[in-house]
Design a binder for this molecule. Sequence first.
Ligand SMILES: [Fe+2]
Length: 247
Amino acid sequence: MCYILEKEGAMEKHWIKKVRYLPNIVCLVGAISLALGLVECSNIGEKATIIQEPLPYKMDALKPYISEQTMRFHYGKHYAGYVDKANQLLKTGGFEGKTAEEIIALTAGKKEYTSIFNNVAQAWNHAFFWKCLKPGGGTINAEVADRIIKSFGSFDKFKQKFLEAAKSRFGSGWTWLVLDGDKLKIVTTGNADTPIAHGLKPLFTVDVWEHAYYLDYQNRRADYVRQVLNHLVNWDFIASRLKSKQA
Ligand SMILES: [Fe+2]
């Protein structure tokens, strides 16, 4: 009898122990489910055509000309949003194995692909734009300096022409320095449009959508573009684009 009571007591303790550990077991099951879910998400990520390019500097590296807050919204929300939306749209199929550049070429000007074009082109434009900026800007390579002076007369004239183009772009868009054949040109594109859809080779761009400058400059787009041109142009990137065979 005594033995049975002891045994029952032991069993009771055993179940109390089990109940005590139940939350841990639930957590463990939850963690395993979450891990499986993450694996599934990463598999989905592998299938995605458009990747979110890492920012080549810290979020606060462009201060005081572009604030950390602007970068957190611009890179973390707007750019990330275009990449996510592009990948959602691309899940419908038809563009497997294509690069962003190829998708842009295949969808440009086609009404049925407007959403895909807009989001893929915006993802491409932004990935390009991050590389165009550099904290402190750096020095101008002799070849780039020579090309700019020959094309626009002087650096000041180049900046002035770029600034005027940026100011004149109505609504949202981009201002670009491009190669048209062998000629340097300043052009603007509206909304998501991009020079690579028009056979032009981009060398440099400034995003003139309001989300790029409104937190820091409000409606003063010209002040924002002027500060970028004076302090943040990645001249080495422009030099590498001039030499590169890539579109
Ligand atoms: Fe933007």
